[in-house]
Design a protein around this ligand. Structure first.
Ligand code: ZN
Length: 380
């Protein structure tokens, strides 16, 4: 294994994939200020830098419910066609600037209907904005593909409606489904009919689980609802009493054996109290145990972060190497809600050559390359 340490600028240039990022948690502060003014919404401050700081401070409360409450001010400016088009387009451009080559953006269309748009109109508008962003990013020489995951809010009653939209828009940019919102007290299985519908329709989905609630929530998401990925899953470690020894409980074994991706979001997990520090975050031992862990941003504005920053924190505070970053990037592409042939092409034509190009001076990093290529078909 390589022990190559790399810096933030190098990490920014590496090809990255993000599977767990909320559209309404990733707006540019200046955009929130401008759009809020145009729709007459009062913000805590109209200075973009102060607003960025306000978000991070509010999110640092260590409480998932308060963390979610910060979305009031982003959602307020995402109720019009203009607001949705702009935020979706900028979303793509910000990912491209972060070196992301494949992104999956999620949002709950039911939260964007206060201005009179229907949920279907919301989805159409966001897709239009994303397409504009992808065209601009490609023209600028930083192509990025962004697929959409539609979310249902687990504490409300429109989950099935959102699932129907995921089916309806499956050939128009929507690649999967999720449920979001307060996990504690709102079990995923309350929406079992929606998940069964998605399975019958062959639409893949992930479920937020194992963040605010423990193993029963993860078990229910995987074994009752049939999630192909888990949003966060930090508390899966409760089924691995001796992380260093590596003896797994039955649920943890199932998740590792079936290659179920854990969409982990280090900074966000600290902010909601699901983890105590980057150095102690379960993502590192789970990676070392061979779980299909992925690194994600969750909410870039609310957490004040980017993919580059999350990966740099792991390098600086948890001892990650360039090879570790490549591993989790391959993990993300392998578990992306993309067709198999497109995942293989992304790995062979974008991710591995991108690592080669950026790290051409790092011999040790490249020595593991053949094993990755030869082994990835089986692992996909
Ligand atoms: Zn999330």
């Amino acid at each position: 294994m390589s022990s190559t340490r790399i810096d933030a600028d190098t990490i920014r240039r590496l090809p990255k994939a993000v599977l767990h990022d909320h559209l309404d948690g990733g707006l540019r502060p200046a955009t929130v200020v401008e759009l809020a003014e145009s729709v007459g919404h009062a913000l805590p401050t109209t200075d973009p830098d102060e607003l960025a700081a306000w978000y991070v401070e509010a999110a640092n409360s260590g409480d998932l419910v308060r963390y979610i409450a910060t979305f009031e001010h982003t959602l307020a400016v995402m109720q019009t066609r203009e607001g949705l088009l702009r935020t979706a387009e900028e979303y793509v451009l910000d990912l491209a600037a972060d070196g992301v080559v494949h992104g999956e953006v999620r949002y709950a269309p039911e939260l964007n209907t206060r201005g009179g748009l229907t949920m279907a109109e919301v989805v159409e508008t966001v897709q239009e904005g994303l397409a504009a962003g992808m065209a601009k990013a490609a023209a600028a020489g930083t192509p990025v593909r962004v697929g959409t995951l539609l979310c249902g809010m687990r504490m409300f009653d429109r989950v099935r409606e959102a699932a129907d939209l995921a089916v309806a828009f499956r050939d128009a940019g929507v690649v999967g489904f999720d449920i979001a919102g307060a996990e504690d007290g709102f079990p995923a299985a309350d929406h079992l009919a929606a998940f069964e519908h998605l399975r019958r329709e062959n639409v893949p989905f992930t479920i937020h689980a194992g963040e605010a609630h423990g193993l029963p929530s993860i078990h229910q998401a995987v074994q009752v609802c049939g999630a192909q990925r888990i949003g966060h899953g930090v508390r899966l470690t409760e089924d691995i009493p001796d992380l260093a020894g590596g003896k797994l409980g039955r649920l943890a074994s199932w998740v590792r054996d079936r290659r179920i991706a854990l969409e982990m979001c280090p900074t966000s997990n600290l902010q909601t109290g699901a983890a105590t520090s980057i150095a102690e975050h379960p993502i590192t031992p789970l990676k070392d145990l061979g779980f299909r862990v992925t690194v994600n941003t969750d909410n870039r504005l609310v957490s004040g972060t980017t993919m580059t920053r999350e990966m740099t924190l792991l390098v600086e505070q948890a001892g990650w190497t360039a090879e570790d970053l490549r591993t989790v990037t391959l993990n993300a592409v392998k578990s992306a809600f993309l067709p198999y042939d497109e995942r293989v092409a992304l790995i062979e034509e974008v991710v591995l050559p991108g690592y080669d190009a950026v790290l051409s001076g790092h011999d040790a990093v490249l020595s593991g390359h053949d094993a990755v290529l030869s082994g990835h078909d089986a692992a996909l």
